[in-house]
Write a protein that binds this ligand. Sequence first.
Ligand SMILES: *Cc1c(COP(=O)(O)O)cnc(C)c1O
Length: 350
Amino acid sequence: MEFASDNTSGATPEVLAAVVAANAGYAASYGADQWTEAAQEAVRKAFEAPQAAVHLVATGTAANALSAAILCPPWGAIYSHEAAHVEVDECGAPEFYIGGGKLVLTAGTHGKITPEGLAARLARTPQGDVHHIQHGMLSLTNLTEAGTAYRPAEVAALAALALKAGIGVHMDGARFANALAATGATPAEMTWKAGVDVLSFGASKNGAMAVEAVVIFDPAKSWEFELRRKRAGHLFSKSRFLGAQMGAYLQDGGWLAHAAQANRMGQRLANGLAALPGGRLIHPADGNIVFAAFPRALHVRATAAGAHYYLWPFDQTLEGPGEEEVTARFVCSWSTTEADVDRLLEVLAG
Ligand SMILES: *Cc1c(COP(=O)(O)O)cnc(C)c1O
């Protein structure tokens, strides 16, 4: 009953097998090996972007922060949602790698920035006056931190505002595969065709051990990225193991099948949580993340039975009337089974 995060899951058998296979013999270092090159080619193919630059790193925070560094000047605003990982969960890494920058946050229900909200934010940052921060970049998360998915048309509407403001668009795709599975969009439709310039293409949460690709659709910034990655200590000498993971992740559409499984389990869980006595969903569960409210007594019982998930926000009290509502976040992964979901629902229902 492990629903704390999709990063509590293991790696898929095919990823592990590929790492073991890549271990045989010697290989060129620092990304000049055949596994890294094959992975870069596989990413370009998946995105129908033969010109894109693809660089591997080992964490999503590195992918996001290094992407920010090539998009945003030190005096720039990073427009993002107030719940965004770049704001809440990266210990200031984007600003650190940018060498400045300033997160400028917008609200927006269910984890999504709206065109109105972004336009208002852009308008409130006067340009060309030396006293003010300048427009820097837009960062969108898809799947969002609220578990909802932007459709390509929604991405395009926001990207159009960014383009008008003369800034680049970053997508934090730690759960990119789940967003595709939720919307049916192709990788290209969700990114460069909708105006995304740089994607943090996550794999770790959906079945890799530790690899994410930064996909730079206009390769003009590729060399700068390489310099920044090295300087940040994120260029791996034994890059073949990163390449092997990413190659195996993409092989035969496995990544999309795993995300579809995680999303199906999310849907099953969402239906069950909404049907609990006193249960309701907080956000539409488009993918593998489910936010729900239910009576505290259910939470106390499920936790005692060994269920793992986060109360969200974290600081809710366990003391108090059992019928009072608590709110919680559940995340399913590629390895979540129907039996896992049903067992959790059973202990919650009592
Ligand atoms: C998990 C996650 C990341 C990456 O986090 P790391 O722990 O640095 O790998 C980035 N963005 C979002 C939205 C995430 O959920």
